[in-house]
Design a protein around this ligand. Structure first.
Ligand code: 2IT
Length: 446
């Protein structure tokens, strides 16, 4: 395989799909050497088959808003790869959603799910529906209209969606209600991230953020450091940022910044339970702004138009959206003394930002390893649903701990560099790739 040739071919087939092409290039660059050492991969054209989704469903979603106006959005489900298990991955509701974004997310999901140790293939879906400013009734009607199309293409053993940006417990509830009505199928396991009274797993809401902090703990321990007393700037204020803030605080770190599309909140005294709980309220308001945090808590200050990366911190955790941390942000963080960056959002850093961190020799880990605790706990939710039981919080947390430790170990194993450092990007990509590639190879040309 020659990365530039594969990429040229993909660019010709999918012009302008920038996020998708970025995600594929990143993985191919990391695996090129290992791939070329396995002629059987080349012979079976594993890369050429793996970079294209198995299939994409696209559908119109029409619904009526509170003013009685008819609204039309586009819905998608990208079923990327099922070599190691049924399709699994979240749904994103955001105005910028398009096929390129969902293909990048589905591609990443395939490797991430492989890292979790659980048998799950990769998928992603969503809509260009913008939840900002929508009422709960509008969100319900949209979710119902979305499921009216999607339901035929998903199932407990075929494809199990969950949440992502703009889709949380409330939306999963509305989606599940409509699925059951249409399919007349009452198995609890067709979606994950469900409520605790109807099949949800304890700790699933916290799992992405908790898992990320468990990963960071391992990464720091390997470098002879700990979280105790460290300052953390994180972006976003939604479900993922909430879980990360909660666990970081529990582990003795101080979360001194959160952010939104409107600006950054500097929070020099760190988080309290009240502040952490208020993040959930902010998200549920559907206003998509973080400024009210600094109105409610007077020891915090809000600066409009600034990112979390303008705050001096030890550790930076992107928790919001792809490419939210660029080269200029990376340089600002380094100038301020940041020595660890872990992507909690999917592809949170631009390739230039990653190169800047790697060239500076600071600790850096990619989203597909760091945030895999979310989908891993979805996998644990599926298991509980299939067994018709519920595990305790302690049981789920122990399993999550074990999974994050395994992912860290896999990154170390495949990312060990001759100079003794660990390239976590390479480690995660190679570990995920090897598992999916082997599974594809053994199952023939299909
Ligand atoms: O990006 C992700 O891993 C998720 N949005 C969670 C997917 C899932 O199926 O729980």
């Amino acid at each position: 395989m020659n990365v530039n040739n594969v990429m040229a071919d993909l660019e010709r087939k999918h012009p302008g799909e920038s996020e998708y092409l970025q995600a594929v290039r990143e993985v191919l660059e990391s695996i090129e050497e290992v791939y070329n050492a396995h002629p059987e991969f080349e012979k079976a054209k594993i890369v050429e088959r793996m970079v294209e989704p198995d299939r994409i469903f696209t559908f119109r979603v029409t619904w009526v808003d509170d003013a009685g106006e008819i609204q039309t959005n586009i819905g998608y489900r990208v079923q990327f790869n099922s070599a190691i298990g049924p399709y699994k991955g979240g749904l994103r509701f955001h105005k910028a959603v398009n096929p390129s974004m969902l293909k990048f997310l589905g591609f990443e999901q395939t490797f991430k799910n492989a890292l979790t140790t659980l048998p799950m293939g990769g998928a992603k879906g969503g809509s260009d529906f913008d939840p900002t400013g929508k009422s709960d009734a509008e969100i319900m009607r949209f979710c119902q209209a979305f499921m009216l199309e999607l339901w035929r293409n998903i199932g407990v053993d075929t494809d199990v969606p969950a949440g992502d940006v703009g889709v949380g417990g409330r939306e999963i509830g509305f989606l599940n209600g409509m699925y059951q009505k249409l399919a007349r199928e009452y198995h609890t396991g067709v979606l994950t991230g469900k409520g605790m009274t109807w099949g949800g797993s304890i700790l699933r809401p916290e799992a992405t953020g908790f898992g990320a902090l468990y990963f960071v703990e391992h990464m720091l321990a390997k470098a002879g450091k700990s979280l105790e007393g460290k300052t953390i700037a994180l972006s976003g204020f939604g479900n993922v940022a909430w879980g990360a803030a909660k666990k970081a605080t529990e582990l003795g770190a101080k979360v001194i910044a959160i952010s939104g599309p409107d600006g950054v909140v500097y929070n020099p005294n760190g988080m309290t339970d009240e502040k952490i709980n208020y993040m959930l309220e902010l998200r549920a308001s559907n206003r998509n702004i973080v400024a009210p945090f600094a109105e409610k808590f007077t020891d915090a200050t809000f600066t409009p138009g600034k990112k979390a990366w303008s705050v001096k911190c030890d550790i930076a955790l992107p928790c919001a959206f792809q490419n939210e941390l660029n080269e200029a942000d990376a340089k600002e963080l380094l100038a301020n003394g940041t020595w660890c960056v872990a992507e909690v959002s999917n592809m949170g850093c631009t390739p230039e930002a990653i190169h800047t961190f790697q060239a500076a020799g600071i600790l850096f880990a990619p989203g597909k390893a760091v945030n895999a605790g979310g989908v891993a706990t979805s996998g644990l939710e599926m298991t509980q649903n299939c067994m018709h039981i519920s595990w305790s919080g302690k049981e789920v947390d122990e399993k999550l701990h074990f999974i994050m430790e395994s992912i860290h170990e896999a990154c170390v194993r495949f990312g060990q560099q001759p100079d003794g450092t660990i390239n976590y990007v390479k480690g995660a990509n190679i570990a995920g790739f090897m598992k999916v590639a082997q599974a594809m190879l053994e199952q023939g040309i299909i």
